[in-house]
Structures are given as structure tokens and as C-alpha cells.
Design a protein. Structure first.
Length: 493
């Protein structure tokens, strides 16, 4: 199901690229980060071309809960401990500046996007100690932060840290308004970057500077972002007859609930898990259970899911893609906080590309390395990658497609090959390979989304094999003669 933002917003449409174009900057990716980067470059007099493989704002941006906040969980105590006070101060200031920039752009352009200032709360239902420490550290960094037990939530809390001066809005209305004045080419997939040229499936763009803002970076080497990042899924319900909240809320504990209001609706979020690792207690089920418990009179109008890039050390990457790729930049890894993260990245990149030093450059540098901060993340990512490849090699399913019931999916042996089978409610069978075309990991079934997901790096495919989320650059092969012929036609470029 589409998000409430998609359901009520008509976005501008753009033709695909044809032939060769030139610009000061080629921006690959038409999500929030790409649109903002191109827009801010234009304000500084630089020409930018945006290349989008699908429709603009059709990925993570349309599935956000759209909280514009510098409160990213209990992050500041961790940043001070792992990176130091100066680093934490830089991160805090970048996100404060991002909030202010949204307010400035909304006012200057008179964008009707339900932009509202609010407070943000990070709460703990069991213990106040970590909340109290985060409050003290946030105050040290200049936030209007306070400890409280008073919230709009339907249950008591042991404590919450409150940040004033945050915001919420309708994201597609905002970004769509900015995009209308940009040079954008939709349905144009970048294939490679070669000596100041972006090669696409429809032509090329020559530019001395190139920004990769494709959610997960599509170039594996150099940069090796697939080693440094993974992807996380989360889920949202839009409820009517629930509660009209003035502020936004997030549980400090993993697996907790998030809350925000939108007009007369409540957006209830949670159910998160690593992509490709769906398990009981994840997805929409815990959200629907919470809705029945806390808002028994509520009715679900929309449900949708999001996918976010997570870095090994918990801080986004924005800056030079790699020392081996001069002139190429990246914006990624916004850690579920894509509204402030994408704005901070766009401000940094637009300044640097126009010859101005950014005060955030060292904080978000893709070349930073803090062993204490990233060791656990690297180890976890490596373990998941090894497990995904090992499952591909050693796991041997038993039985055939006949064992898969209606509305269910599973992996079977078909002529000696592993095949993913989904049988819909009408009994139609959809068969695909379960080998991820990115780096060969074994795909897993997500029953809530009816998708085949990669636990290694987060590529996703619908039950027909079509690509949903990168870093894979193409879909997975369907396992019928007719589909094989169609795949051969669609993937010949």
C-alpha cells in the first residue's frame, strides 16, 4: 500500500534523458538528498542535472514519517563517548542548521506542506538513567533539552528527553515544489561513471562534478560502501480516530514505537528489522496489536514500509566518494533520519562543490575512521554477509512447489537449482531465482511486503523478480520459459 504522502500528492513528471547533456554537476538520484543538492547548487549559480532511475521521490522519501529533528534517538551521549565532544558538537550544529534551512525554504518559497514547529521526545518506559544522561549531554551541546515524564503518549514513561524547536511536514509537497524548477530526467538509470561522464541507459551527462545520491551507493568499487553499510526496514500505520498529537515521539529502545500526528491522523511506526531478517514480532503485526491496545476505536487508513541505510559507525556519509574517484561525491547512510540528514548533506555538498569550505566536512567525511565507533558495525556486517553467502552454498531445501500453500512462499529445489516460489491467493505460482544479483547472497522472503530481500546488503525484489531497492542494479531471473525470454529482452542494454 502507498504512503499517505503518495496518496495525496501529484508530483511533477519529467521526460527521460535523450542523447548527451552537460552541466556543472550531475546528481544521480532523485530522492530528498538529490533534489536538495541540485536546488541548493542552483541557488549558488551552479547548473545541475538530476538523473532518476524511476520517478523522483519514489524511494525512501515517500515512505518517511517526515520528522525534521536533530533528536536521533539517544545519539549525543554515544557521539561524545565514541568520537569526542568536538565531533558531537559538529553533528549537532549540522542538524540544527538543517532544521533552520527547511523553515527558511518553506517561508521563502511559500510552500504549502503542513510545516509545523513542534517538540521531539525520546522516551524510555522502564528506566530514566540513559534519558537523564542524554539530556545533560544535549544541553552541553546547546540544545533546548529537558527531562520530563509528561507526554501525550497513551502509557506512562520512566522519562523522556524533550527537544524544543523541531518540526514536521508533508515531505512530497515540499520536495515536489522544489523539483519543479530543476532539470530532471526520470526513468534514466545510471550505469557507470567514466572520466567526468555519467553513462546511463538512455544517454550520457558530462559534468566535472558528480554526486551519487542513490540511497545505497550503486558503485561497489572504489569506496566499498557495501562493507560499511547495511539496510534496515521499518513499518508505519496511519490511524484515524486515534490521537491528535502535537509533538513527535520515539522509543529509546530498539523495537519500540514512534508516534507523530498529521492533521487528524496518528502515524504509528515500529516493527523494524534488518533487511532480509524478517522474524516474528516484526512488520505490521506489532503495530496493529499496539493500535488495538492503545487506540481501540482507531481505524487503519494506510500502511507502508521504509528502508534506511545504516553506517557502521552510526553517522551519515557526505563528501568525496573515494580518493580514487576525483570529482565524485556521495550522500548516504542517513540512519532513519533522512530529513535532517539529506539537508545537512546537501548543504555540505553544495558548498564544497561551489568552492566553499563546509564546517561539517570532517563529521560526515566518508574517509573518517574511528575504530571504537565502527568495529562492532563492521563485524556485524561481515557476519551477515558470510552467513548469506554460506546459506546460498550449503542450504539445500527439500521438496518442490507443491508444498507451498496459497498466500505463502518458500525455497524449493527446481532442476537442481534453488528457486523461490510464491503462490498467491488464487493459486498462481511465481518462481524466481533466490540468488541476489549484487554479490550472490541468498534471498529471504518478507511475508508482509511479499518481497525477496537480501540480508547482506539490502537489495529487494518483488515476487515477480522486479527490482525494488538497490544496491542491485537489475531484477532477479524468473524461472519459467516465457519469463526467461522476457528477462533476456529487458536486461539487454
Amino acid at each position: 500500500m502507498s504512503s499517505i504522502w503518495s496518496a495525496e500528492t501529484k508530483l511533477p513528471e519529467f521526460a527521460p534523458l535523450s542523447g548527451c547533456k552537460t552541466a556543472d554537476v550531475a546528481v544521480i538520484g532523485g530522492g530528498a538528498a538529490g533534489i536538495l543538492t541540485a536546488y541548493l547548487l542552483g541557488l549558488q549559480g551552479a547548473s545541475a542535472v538530476v538523473l532518476e532511475a524511476d520517478r523522483i521521490l519514489s524511494g525512501a522519501t515517500k515512505n518517511t514519517t517526515a520528522k525534521i529533528t536533530a533528536q536521533h534517538g539517544l545519539i549525543y551521549s554515544r557521539l561524545i563517548r565514541k568520537f569526542g565532544l568536538d565531533f558531537a558538537q559538529g553533528y549537532a550544529q549540522a542538524n540544527r542548521d538543517a532544521i533552520a534551512k527547511y523553515a527558511e525554504l518553506v517561508k521563502q518559497n511559500q510552500i504549502g506542506c503542513d510545516f509545523q514547529e513542534c517538540a521531539a521526545f525520546c522516551y524510555d518506559r522502564e528506566s530514566p538513567e540513559e534519558i537523564e544522561r542524554e539530556t545533560r549531554d544535549a544541553e552541553r551541546l546547546g540544545f533546548s533539552a529537558s527531562f520530563t515524564k509528561q507526554t501525550e503518549l497513551p502509557f506512562p514513561v520512566a522519562g523522556a528527553v524533550r527537544f524544543g524547536g523541531q518540526a514536521r511536514f508533508q515531505p512530497l509537497a515540499f520536495f515536489g515544489a522544489l523539483a519543479r524548477g530543476l532539470t530532471v530526467f526520470e526513468h534514466t538509470r545510471a550505469r557507470s561513471i567514466e572520466n567526468g561522464c555519467v553513462m546511463t541507459d538512455r544517454g550520457r551527462v558530462d559534468a566535472p562534478h558528480i554526486v551519487v545520491a542513490t540511497h545505497f551507493p550503486f558503485l561497489d568499487r572504489p569506496g566499498y560502501y557495501f562493507v560499511r553499510m547495511y539496510q534496515q526496514r521499518s513499518y508505519v500505520l496511519a490511524l484515524e480516530n486515534a490521537a491528535e498529537l502535537s509533538d513527535v515521539y520515539l522509543d529509546a529502545k530498539d523495537g519500540g514505537l514512534s508516534f507523530r500526528g498529521f492533521r487528524n491522523l496518528l502515524l504509528l511506526g515500529g516493527g523494524g528489522h534488518r533487511c532480509g531478517k524478517f522474524r516474528e514480532g516484526c512488520g505490521y503485526a506489532p503495530l496493529r496489536l499496539a493500535a488495538r491496545e492503545y487506540y481501540p476505536q482507531s481505524r487503519e487508513l494506510f500502511h507502508w514500509s521504509a528502508q534506511d541505510c545504516m553506517t557502521a559507525d552510526g553517522v551519515p556519509y557526505a563528501g568525496r566518494y573515494s580518493s580514487a574517484l576525483p570529482g565524485v561525491y556521495v550522500a548516504t547512510g542517513f540512519q532513519k533520519w533522512g530529513m535532517t540528514g539529506s539537508m545537512a548533506a546537501a548543504m555540505l555538498l553544495s558548498d564544497e562543490l561551489c568552492g566553499k569550505a563546509s564546517p561539517y566536512a570532517q563529521v560526515f567525511s566518508p574517509q573518517r575512521f574511528f575504530p571504537a565507533a565502527c568495529a562492532a558495525g563492521f563485524a556485524s556486517n561481515g557476519a551477515h554477509a558470510v552467513a548469506g553467502i554460506a546459506k546460498r552454498v550449503f542450504y539445500l531445501p527439500a521438496g518442490g512447489a507443491e508444498k507451498i500453500g496459497k498466500g505463502r512462499a518458500g525455497v524449493v529445489q527446481d532442476q537442481g537449482e534453488k528457486t523461490g516460489i510464491y503462490r498467491d491467493e488464487q493459486g498462481n505460482v511465481f518462481a524466481v531465482t533466490t540468488k541476489c544479483p549484487h554479490l550472490g547472497c541468498e534471498l529471504s522472503w518478507n511475508p508482509d511486503e511479499k518481497s525477496w530481500d537480501c540480508p547482506c546488503h539490502g537489495s529487494r525484489f518483488d515476487f515477480r523478480g522486479n527490482l525494488i531497492d538497490n544496491p542491485a542494479g537489475k531484477g532477479i531471473s524468473r524461472k519459467t520459459p516465457e519469463a526467461a525470454e522476457e528477462d533476456a529482452e529487458n536486461q539487454s542494454f
